[in-house]
Design a protein around this ligand. Structure first.
Ligand SMILES: N[C@@H](CCC(=O)N[C@@H](CS)C(=O)NCC(=O)O)C(=O)O
Length: 216
C-alpha cells in the first residue's frame, strides 16, 4: 500500500488514515507532500479526482476520502476488527465517525490542528456547542469503557477523533475528568506519539492555520 499524506503538523485527514496503518503495524509506504505546493497537485492530480490528501493506492485500487480509506483498510487487511463486533455498538461507532466527517465545522475552523502551537483562542457560540458535544461524547463513552478507547478496543471512531485531542492540547483546553481519560488514552498511544514526533520535525508554515494569541 502507498499512502499520500500532507504536513503532519496540520493535516487532520491525513492523520486519520495514517493512524490505522500504524495502529495495526501494516506495511505501507508513506509519501508526504507539502500541502498546497506545486508538487502536491502535480503528484495527486493524475491519481485522484479531488487532488487532496489522504489518498491510498493499493495495487490497482485507489481510494480517496479518509473515511473510505479507513473502511477499505479495515475490510482488506483487518478482518473488519477496526469496528466493534457488536451490531449496536458498531452502528454507534459509525454514527460518531460520520458526525466528525460531516460536522463540527465551527470547531474545525476555529481550532485548526497545529501541533506545534500553544495558543489561546476565543470560540464562537457554535464553537462552544461543538466542544460541549465532544465532551459529552467522550464522557459517555468513558463511562461505558473506562480508560479505554471510545468503544473499548481501538476503532475507526478513535482515528476520527484523534485530531480533536491534539487541537485541545494546542489551545490549552481541558475537559472534565472522565472525558479527560480519553485524551490521555489517545496521547499515550505509540502511534499518535510517532505522528507527534514526526510533525515536530517539520518547519513549513500554513498561515491560514496559525490562529490564536500566544500564551502569556
Ligand atoms: N473529506 C476529505 C478531506 C480531505 C482534505 O480536505 N484534505 C486537505 C488536507 S487536510 C487537502 O488535501 N487540502 C488540499 C486542497 O484543498 O487543495 C477526506 O476526508 O479525506
Amino acid at each position: 500500500m502507498q499512502l499520500y499524506i500532507g504536513n503532519q503538523n496540520y493535516s487532520t485527514w491525513s492523520l486519520r488514515a495514517w493512524l490505522i496503518i500504524k495502529q495495526f503495524n501494516l506495511e505501507a509506504q508513506i509519501t508526504k507532500l507539502k500541502l498546497f505546493s506545486d508538487e502536491f497537485y502535480q503528484t495527486l492530480e493524475p491519481i485522484t479526482p479531488t487532488a487532496k490528501v489522504p489518498v491510498l493506492v493499493d495495487g490497482p485500487v485507489t481510494v480517496w476520502e479518509s473515511l473510505a480509506i479507513l473502511e477499505y483498510i479495515n475490510e482488506a487487511y483487518l478482518d473488519a476488527k477496526a469496528w466493534p463486533s457488536d451490531q449496536v455498538q458498531k452502528a454507534k461507532a459509525r454514527a460518531l465517525a460520520a458526525e466528525m466527517h460531516s460536522g463540527f465545522s465551527a470547531l474545525r475552523a476555529e481550532m485548526p490542528m497545529n501541533i506545534r502551537a500553544k495558543r489561546k483562542i476565543q470560540l464562537s457560540e457554535q464553537g462552544h456547542k461543538d466542544l460541549a458535544r465532544i465532551e459529552s461524547m467522550f464522557t459517555e463513552q468513558m463511562n461505558q469503557y473506562p480508560t479505554g478507547w471510545l468503544f473499548g478496543q481501538w476503532s475507526i471512531a478513535d482515528a476520527m477523533y484523534a485530531p480533536v485531542v491534539l487541537r485541545l492540547q494546542s489551545y490549552g483546553m481541558t475537559l472534565n475528568t472522565t472525558a479527560q481519560q480519553y485524551i490521555e488514552k489517545q496521547l499515550n498511544s505509540p502511534a499518535l506519539q510517532l505522528w507527534l514526533k514526526q510533525s515536530q520535525q517539520e518547519s513549513d508554515i500554513i498561515i491560514e492555520d496559525e490562529l490564536g494569541e500566544p500564551l502569556n
